[in-house]
Design a protein around this ligand. Sequence first.
Ligand SMILES: Cc1cc2nc3c(=O)[nH]c(=O)nc-3n(C[C@H](O)[C@H](O)[C@H](O)COP(=O)(O)OP(=O)(O)OC[C@H]3O[C@@H](n4cnc5c(N)ncnc54)[C@H](O)[C@@H]3O)c2cc1C
Length: 432
Amino acid sequence: MTSKPYGSTLPWSEPTWYTGRPSPYYKESHIKLRDAVRKWCEENITPKTEGWVEQGRVDPAIYLECAKAGLLVPIASGKSIPKEWSHYPIIGGIKPEEWDGFHDFVLWDELVRSGGIASLFVGLTVGAPPLLRFASKQLQDKIFPEILSGEKRICLAVTEPAAGSDVRNLTTTAEKTADGKHYIVNGEKKWITNGMFSDYFMTAVRTGGLGAEGISMLLIPRSEGVRTRPVPVIAGPLSSTTYVIFEDVKVPAEYLIGSEGNGFAQTMVNFNHERLWIVFQALRGCRTAIHDAMQWALKREAFGKTLIEQPVVRYKFGNMGRQIDALQAWTEQIVYELEHLSDKEAARKLGGTTALMKVEAGLVSKYVAEECLKIMGGLGLTKTGQGSRIEAFYRSVPGLVVPGGSEDVMIDLGVREALKISRQAEKAKSKL
Ligand SMILES: Cc1cc2nc3c(=O)[nH]c(=O)nc-3n(C[C@H](O)[C@H](O)[C@H](O)COP(=O)(O)OP(=O)(O)OC[C@H]3O[C@@H](n4cnc5c(N)ncnc54)[C@H](O)[C@@H]3O)c2cc1C
């Protein structure tokens, strides 16, 4: 469909479909969602972001407001909202049956645009899907009302000090008690986003022998034996990166997600949405940066003319713009494909390409952040004023490159998956 121009008219500052260009992907409900999220964020978030950055924390009260505004249900769901959740509010009045992967994209695009608030939801967006997809109905019925009302919070705890990319070799143990009623958990997790304020830790643990088959997913409530402390990271404290220690933590056996030994597969499936969501963040980060740099280049004079009148500066914008729009087009293609494949087929066919797209998002972000920073001159290194969003984006780029699968590991995975699909296709052809 074609919609009226919306938002900034500066080149590449908004997705192409916001500018009045036609798109096959977006319908009325996407426009409705976009308008509602932008309005809500501009009224409730943008005026507060600077204060949060100064304090080094997002005001926890905002989380309950987010629940009331209808943000938590779509964030916990991803690309489709369960029918049973229709009694919860959904922002923009979108119905669960209308919700698709493009709504997910629009939602995140607008949340990231508003600044600090997005970091508040990282735990929910990566921690809730295993509960939704793989947990027993009883566990879902107990936990979801707490976390969808904003009363309690969840995060995902996979990485350990000695096992990050190498998930297969994690060492946190969960041993069943003799009566089979509980697991006793011991181990440490590192760099857990939102961990400091989480009530539940969706945790990858070892319940069996060595390797992937020995890994399970266990929901660990904050309880006796769970200790957390902040880990300061480059992008700042708003996302509350955390070191978690489990010492003889007693967890009811029914908090196991699915069955024992499936934790590795569940973690890998979860990574696909996490990687896509990192691409969503990268795209809006690039657009915000190019917007601020363009605004500056149009008015800043040096050597008797504005920066934009310098061919070298225009060359930078052209190179940024083509990369951002190419990444947007690739992302939309993958979101479309996800809509048209079963979960199983999507995991098989799109895992590798999503990993490569995440790599591309990191590379485009690195390029855009650095070019925008240079265009701003000294302002690009300054935490306040007209360059502040570019300075913050520049610092946030490593957070798009390493978490959720580090660049080198993702490239290697992308190639291995592409070859696997090729071999499977050859086999299928030979059977015809
Ligand atoms: C800010 C932040 C937030 C995070 N949030 C979470 C979270 O919420 N939950 C969670 O569970 N984890 C989280 N993580 C952890 C994150 O997913 C890991 O840091 C990441 O997977 C890399 O693991 P690692 O740090 O152990 O690096 P390693 O696995 O030690 O790898 C280090 C480097 O070695 C190279 N390398 C390693 N293996 C290979 C290979 N096979 N092929 C090629 N090169 C390779 C790569 O260059 C890689 O970057 C977060 C991390 C950070 C920094």
